[in-house]
Design a binder for this molecule. Structure first.
Ligand code: HMG
Ligand code: MG
Length: 306
């Protein structure tokens, strides 16, 4: 079977660090993004231009963008909730914008103080401007499988949001399992519906790993549906401050291991990614969540090393 090469979007500097208790110093954030660039990752969500009162950990995103060393061929994107966020992201010279809404009303209200329809209204001027500038935009749809407040979310609730975002001009969708509760059957059900009208290459899946199912979910999406786009966070950092009980994103290194072991082409250096995340540990005040961060690969005999 000719399955597509994997396209990873590294969201550790944004989704990862936004939910850490310890506020990471600017210099550590910059070193993290630089190390991820040097590890061969091609897209890095480097920060968020949201209200600093809502998410204090992202308050210095402008400084992060200003201080990183931009590698050629790497896209440095930014999360924005509204036009004010877009202005800030443009000032910071972000290469790509990510807007975000949800498939469930309660989560969206808690997250960005808007209904799903209102949040899409807010994106209209953002998208009008980015389209004129030919700046690429991704659209996140959170709680596409489960909502922390409303429970299971039907695929039929996700599809109209996806269609609306695509009609408005977003280049790709990132479909979020915000609380990391989905299992492969949930992934199958949603993709069976979405792929009737959305091309596979426009879909990225954004798995949090609360129940340890993220790699299984990603492999299911790739093998059975030829989905090649996945979001992940080095070290398995973070989570969403507005999703109680949810842990971090699937770890980039764990996902790379799972894909490489399954025969996929993944253009990134596993050992360098491991090291980039490890360097944050002293400042995090806790150990990293990823499986691979617990293994010293140099102590593994070469014959069984990944
Ligand atoms: P609001 O209070 O309804 O908005 O918040 P507002 O327009 O009334 O503004 C309130 C204050 O925020 C004002 O300041 C604005 O100027 C300021 P004040 O007059 O009180 O001094 N403000 C801003 N400041 C800086 N940058 C901005 C901005 N916008 C307003 N862009 C708002 C609405 C959306 C702004 C707020 O709720 C917010 O910023 N929320 C952020 C939520 C967030 O970042 N959540 C985490 C990311 S989403 C996620 O993690 C899920 C994802 O990973 C996918 C998945 O896992 O499912 C993407
Ligand atoms: Mg997330």
């Amino acid at each position: 079977m000719n399955l597509p090469a994997i396209r990873l979007v590294e969201v550790g500097p944004r989704d990862g660090l936004q939910n850490e208790k310890a506020v990471m110093p600017l210099v550590a954030k910059v070193a993290f993004v630089d190390a991820l660039s040097a590890a061969g990752l091609k897209e890095i969500e480097a920060g968020a231009f949201v209200s600093p009162a809502a998410v204090p950990q992202m308050a210095d995103s402008a400084e992060v963008f200003e201080s990183i060393v931009r590698h050629e061929g790497v896209v440095y994107s930014a999360l924005v909730p509204n036009e004010k966020g877009l202005d800030r992201a443009l000032d910071a010279d972000a290469d790509k914008i990510a807007v975000f809404t949800a498939a469930s009303e309660t989560f969206n209200r808690r997250n960005i103080n808007a209904s799903v329809a209102e949040s899409i209204e807010r994106f209209k001027p953002v998208l009008e401007r980015t389209l004129k500038m030919e700046l690429p935009v991704r659209g996140y749809i959170s709680t596409a499988f489960y909502c922390p407040f409303e429970g299971k979310v039907a695929p039929e609730k996700v599809l109209p949001v996806a269609q609306k975002l695509l009609d408005m001009g977003v280049e790709e969708l990132s479909i979020g399992d915000t609380i990391g509760r989905a299992v492969p059957d949930d992934v199958r059900r949603l993709l069976e519906l979405l792929l009737k009208s959305v091309p596979a290459e426009k879909i990225f899946l954004h798995f949090h790993d609360t129940y340890g199912m993220a790699a299984a979910n990603a492999l299911t999406a790739w093998r059975e549906f030829s989905i090649s786009g996945f979001d992940s966070s080095s070290g398995g950092l973070g989570g969403c401050p507005y999703a109680p009980g949810a842990t971090g994103n699937v770890a980039t290194e764990d996902l790379i291991f799972a894909f490489k072991a399954s025969g996929a082409r993944v253009p990134a250096d596993l050992a360098k990614i491991q090291a980039a995340a490890k360097a944050l540990e002293p400042k995090l005040g806790r150990g990293l969540a990823s499986h691979l961060s617990k293994i010293d690969l140099t102590s593994v005999p070469p014959s069984s090393r990944p």
